[in-house]
Design a protein around this ligand. Structure first.
Ligand code: TRP
Ligand code: ZN
Length: 891
């Protein structure tokens, strides 16, 4: 077993460096196997930080030369990746030359090759794989960069900021020189040298400056860039209108790359994107892909202010930029949807976006908060920072910002943002700085207790109970909160929880809310502030016992525990004026039905549930996108965490049974919906059309699950006649998730059509790896996953392929992954070990699929434990995987 674990870094240990960097002058002589990097930096003493040597980090590089003020350093020591250099005086010039091998770099961190081009990824600690540098976000310097490469292979040479000059060199080489006028941390450095073409657009900013926008892609993809460009222009306008924030450069570039560890990266002026979040055209991208392109383009663009102009002091503050930027991109998407829906549909459109976001939070963040990796949005320690780009830091972080927005109001929040930028522009700061600015801009609004959201891990439970006093017409609501212990945090203090509440009368209408002691009744929804372990709220002036609707719009990232009988859930499904809560009532009811079925396979589908489900299905007054959300069952990973012990096989059997029953018994309704939801004319990406297509695809899913001949024939016909990817993939997914014998031929036809399209093949891999067993006689999905692993289009080196095939199997298909004979778990260990040798970040992500193994049945735990141990004991294991598996096995 591995004994030397990576050291743990503590937030409390932060110290400023004794030396910082003012300017960096980089020269790259690019070569696939031996790139020479010359780095000339002006280092300046920070007297406030005390005495000490210059500290530089370097990893996976060869040091060719190093001088201090042109000579040999007075003293130089190496401790692992850290280089310490003794220096005198206030400022010195260090020149260091390193040689690196981009082709050998399979980690996709630092400088690497993808499809023959050179690309960089420096967040979080990749810059030290390029040159020696004080590679921390609190070192902000001004960069000039010269790139030199072979013109034929790399006609395009890009880096951050503005192009100063370019020209020819002997031997078929050329160069370009770039300058970034804004000081930045090293994690925002980027270069691209490749054979690319650009879609260009010129726009005028709010202050009247003309700026050049470019989307760079491989030549054959130029017809897939329009939507990314439109999304960029919309994001720019939105940030101007909503926050008064303007683009600060003359040129803004987006570059698409095939091999990339994450979604995209906000490098200053040179955003680098995973191709899947740039490229979109009707024949290859679904409506959901279009949505993702829009929100990721927005996210990275918004980082220019929240992340780049104001950055993080240290990596523990990651949520300062990520939580805030996710919140901003969520608001942007909601505004875009609302605008497209028009005044009458705006509220429903916003709710649909909110539902999407909460689904992600519940499926990804709640399980994280309940397992060995649970951490506050601002963690206190880590072994490998790359493991902390988590759903907690991002999605729960965004929820925390949303609560601030709720507590302070739109205008108060905007004032806080303005003050934040006025204080901290050009600096590397902390989450406290942000919250302090919010408080100060709002007359000293007390946010001391609110700060616990930054320091406490775990999902709070909100317990609610009501009592009706008919004699006085009063209703008393008791709210209590409790956060379960998480690793290293036994005791939790009460949080500030904004609880948006409505009280619904027997007629289905909201009652005006009047707290005891108030002179006037107020609005139908109001936000209560729960700050104690338990509080009571007494509402008066009511004509009948109300049904409470709590946490409207999901006003806080908590689990609501409320005893509601089936009747009340059905009532709220039909009448709650808050569309989010209407959806949530449907989810709760479905969860109850599915879990009952998992516990007792003989339990039938309750007629009342069927009826409530059916009335949503056929309610033409409801927007189709909303109906599609309300009729989709809760996510399997979320349901699994709601089971104790988690039994994936029983849950899968219940899901199959419930879906098949709803498909079969409501077949006539589904067929009618399917026909009504057809969209005529050529494909355009429009949220209204997308909602109709989503509902039509859901109808096909249920019909295929139901398994009768008419439904299956419709799925086949839709597949054959589809005129865009949303329809084609929707129909294919319906066939694959069914017992239809046509599924194999459909997969083959799809493959034949898109055999040369990497992004579409990812869908083909994902669909097969995610396949359920609808036909009891069928072979386990694992057999097919093994075959696909040696498909010529598959590669363990490409993160998109890994997540399509292995991610879909390990994370999205628990019913097939957790096979009773343990073969899925052994396969998992083999793949994690194989991946770790190439790309630790991706391996660690796959490793996380088993972190909550202690929630499973004893038999599954017994099957998983030896595989976790095998991974931990494997030679040369990365710190990334060691942290995940080590924590999973601890206790
Ligand atoms: N900052 C990026 C974002 O959220 C995240 C990111 C992109 C990243 N690539 C990475 C983080 C590689 C760690 C490693 O927008
Ligand atoms: Zn981000």
């Amino acid at each position: 077993m591995r004994t030397e674990h990576a050291p743990t870094i503590q937030r409390a240990d932060y110290r400023p460096l004794p030396w910082t960097v003012e300017t960096v002058d980089l020269h790259f002589c690019l070569d696939a196997e031996a790139t020479l990097v010359t780095n000339r930096m002006v280092c300046v003493r920070q007297s406030s930080a005390g005495d000490g040597p210059i500290q530089l980090w370097g990893e996976a590089l060869e040091r060719v030369a190093l001088t201090v003020d042109g000579g040999a350093p007075a003293g130089l020591r190496e401790h692992g990746a850290l280089l310490e250099i003794d220096a005198e005086g206030e400022r010195v010039v260090i020149e260091v030359q390193t040689r690196i091998n981009p082709r050998a770099n399979t980690t996709l961190s630092g400088l690497y090759l993808s499809a023959g081009g050179f690309f960089t990824q420096c967040e979080a600690e990749g810059f030290r794989r390029i040159t020696y540098f004080p590679d921390r976000p609190d070192v902000m310097a001004r960069y000039t960069v010269t790139l030199e490469a072979e013109r034929a292979r790399c006609p395009v040479l890009l880096s951050n900021g503005n192009l100063l000059e370019q020209g020819e060199l002997p031997n078929g080489r050329h160069y370009a020189k770039w300058e970034d006028p804004f000081p930045k941390p090293s994690y925002l450095f980027a270069l691209v040298a490749a054979k690319l073409v650009a879609l260009e657009r010129s726009v005028t900013t709010m202050s009247g400056r003309e700026v050049l926008l470019q989307v760079w892609v491989e030549e054959g993809n130029l017809d897939r860039c329009e939507h990314a460009m439109d999304s960029l222009v919309h994001s720019m306008r939105w940030d101007e209108e909503t926050f008064g924030l303007e683009l600060d450069l003359d040129r803004f570039m987006i570059v698409a790359v095939t091999d990339f560890n994450m979604g995209a990266m906000e490098n200053k002026g040179l955003n680098i994107f995973n191709t899947k979040f740039v490229l979109a055209k009707p024949d290859t991208a679904t409506d959901v892909d279009y949505e993702h392109v829009e929100s990721v383009v927005a996210h990275e663009y918004f980082h220019n202010w929240t992340g780049n102009r104001v950055t993080c002091r240290d990596w523990f503050q990651l949520t300062l930029k990520e939580g805030l930027t996710v919140f901003r991109d969520q608001q942007f998407s909601a505004d875009m949807l609302a605008r497209a829906a028009g005044p009458d549909g705006a509220a429903s459109a916003r709710a649909v976006k909110r539902i999407d976001d909460v689904r992600v939070l519940r499926a990804a963040q709640f399980p994280e908060d309940a397992g060995p990796m649970a951490h506050p949005i601002r963690p206190d320690s880590y072994q490998e920072i790359n493991n902390f780009y988590t759903a907690t830091v991002y999605e729960k972080g965004a929820e925390v910002i949303r609560m601030l927005h709720t507590l302070l109001g739109q205008e108060g929040f905007r004032n806080g943002m303005d003050l934040y930028f006025s204080y901290f522009d050009g600096q590397a700061v902390t989450c406290d700085d942000f919250v302090d600015a919010m408080s100060e801009a709002n007359n000293g609004f007390d946010l001391d207790q609110f700060m616990r959201w930054y320091s406490q891990a775990g999902t709070p439970r909100l317990k609610a109970s009501g009592s009706w006093d008919a004699g006085h017409g009063s209703y008393t609501l008791t709210l209590a909160q409790h956060t379960p212990p998480t690793p290293g945090q036994e005791q939790k203090a009460p949080l500030v929880i904004p609880v948006a509440l409505g009280l619904i009368g027997p007629d289905g209408r909201d009652r005006p809310l009047q707290l005891e002691g108030e002179a006037q009744p107020g609005a139908g929804t109001r936000v209560l502030r729960l700050t104690e372990s338990e509080q009571r709220f007494r509402f008066v002036g009511l004509d009948a016992e109300p049904v409470p609707s709590l946490l409207r719009g999901f006003s806080a990232p908590v689990i609501l525990e409320l005893d509601e009988d089936d009747g009340r859930l059905a009532f709220r499904m039909a009448h709650d004026s808050d569309p989010f809560n209407r959806w949530d009532a449907a989810q709760r009811y479905a969860e109850r039905v599915i879990l009952a079925r998992a516990a007792d396979p003989a339990a039938g589908l309750p007629t009342a549930f069927r009826a409530a489900f059916r009335s949503l299905l056929s309610d033409e007054a409801l927007d189709p996108a909303f109906r599609a959300q309300a009729l989709a069952l809760p996510a399997e990973p979320y349901l699994l965490e709601r089971m104790s012990p988690a039994d994936p096989a029983a849950l899968r059997a219940a899901l199959i049974d419930v879906m098949a029953t709803l498909g079969r018994e409501l077949a006539a309704d589904w067929l009618q919906v399917l026909d009504r939801m057809q969209v005529a004319g050529a494909y355009r990406y429009h949220p209204g059309d997308a909602g109709r297509r989503a509902l039509a695809n859901l109808a096909l899913r249920y019909l295929a699950a139901g398994g009768d001949a008419v439904g299956l024939a419709r799925a086949e016909a839709h597949f054959a006649q589809a005129t865009n990817m949303t329809q084609r993939f929707g129909a294919l997914a319906a066939l694959v998730q069914s017992a239809s014998p046509a599924r194999t031929a459909a997969l083959q036809a799809f493959h034949a059509r898109y055999r040369d399209d990497a992004l579409v093949l990812d869908k083909w891999f994902a669909l097969q790896a995610g396949a359920w067993r609808w036909d009891a006689a069928a072979a386990p999905t694992l057999d097919r996953v093994r075959v696909l692993l040696s498909d010529p289009a598959f590669s363990l080196s490409n993160p998109n392929k890994v997540s399509a095939l292995l991610g879909s199997y390990f994370r999205a298909n628990p019913g097939e992954f957790h096979l009773a004979d343990g073969s899925g778990h052994a396969f998992w260990a083999d793949q994690v070990i194989a991946l770790d040798a190439r790309n630790p970040q991706v391996a660690a992500r796959m490793a996380r699929a088993l972190e909550n193994w202690r929630h499973f049945t004893p038999a599954l735990q017994a099957s998983i434990r030896p595989q976790l141990e095998r991974v931990l004991a494997s030679a040369g294991l990365s710190a990334d995987v060691a942290e995940i598996v080590g924590k999973a096995l601890a206790q």
